[in-house]
Design a protein around this ligand. Structure first.
Ligand code: CDP
Length: 229
């Protein structure tokens, strides 16, 4: 399918499979994939390692100044802090347990929004997150809001952590998803919410291939493209 320059925004709850879906769709359509959650996770790892967040989730004001020199970048789809690849560390339970308090801070959201706008300036992109269709790219041509049953989401994240060699506790994973969804939906600055012009994708009982076919149909319809992929 030949596409004009477009932006596709994918938002939704934790562990709804947004990144697997967005990555495959990006590959099939030849678009750049940007994982906004990875940037929030990168800031969290940085804050944890530098001692800017404590066990009670108090965030030091000093982090604000330090963000100016924090160099986050994607190389071949993996997140780097400077020259160090942090892709595995940012997916750990330790980072997951503090990422939502970090992502609720307005100046951190502005920092990440600026990174996203820079990265997406020249190219057609598919971006996933919590506020892409509502705040980061409110004019995105296609918006998808993803959801799935809690049981399916917990199982997915649990299996993912297991496959990466950690030893997760199923109920701890469930609690983390619940807490993140709560904080993400109730924060003051750009909370997780469905854009009024987003299409809902409940993938509780869908395969990844079915999701991508559904999305291609949606994109063709939205852009008025009639040729098959
Ligand atoms: O993979 P999963 O859906 O569990 O999460 P993620 O996309 O890696 O995002 C991690 C966290 O970053 C979320 O729980 C949010 O707190 C935050 N986030 C956000 O606030 N806004 C975004 N656009 C993306 C992520």
């Amino acid at each position: 399918m030949k596409l004009p320059k477009i932006t596709i925004a994918i938002d939704g709850y934790s562990s709804t499979g947004k990144s697997s879906f967005a990555k495959l769709l990006a590959k099939e359509l030849g678009l750049l994939y940007l994982d906004s959650g990875a940037l929030y996770r990168g800031v969290t790892l940085f804050a944890q390692e530098a001692g800017y967040i404590d066990a009670e989730n108090h965030i030091s004001e000093a982090l604000k100044e330090k963000l100016a020199s924090l160099e986050l970048k994607f190389l071949q789809g993996k997140l780097y802090i400077g020259e160090r690849c942090v892709e595995d560390e940012i997916r750990s339970m330790k980072v997951s347990s503090q990422v939502s308090p970090i992502a609720a801070v307005a100046y951190i959201r502005h920092y990440v929004d600026d990174c996203l706008h820079c990265l997406a300036a020249e190219e057609s992109v598919i971006m996933d997150g919590r506020d892409i269709g509502t705040t980061v790219f409110p004019n995105a041509q296609v918006k998808i809001f993803m959801t799935a049953s809690e049981e399916v989401r917990v199982r997915r994240r649990y299996d993912e952590l297991l496959a990466k060699g950690s030893n997760p506790d199923f109920e701890e994973v469930r609690e983390n998803l619940r807490q993140r969804d709560y904080i993400d939906s109730h924060r003051e600055t750009s909370p997780l919410s469905q854009a009024s012009d987003a299409f809902v994708l409940d993938n509780s009982e869908m395969t990844l291939k079915e999701e991508v076919e559904w999305a291609k149909g949606l994109i063709r319809g939205k852009l008025g493209i009639y040729e098959e992929c």
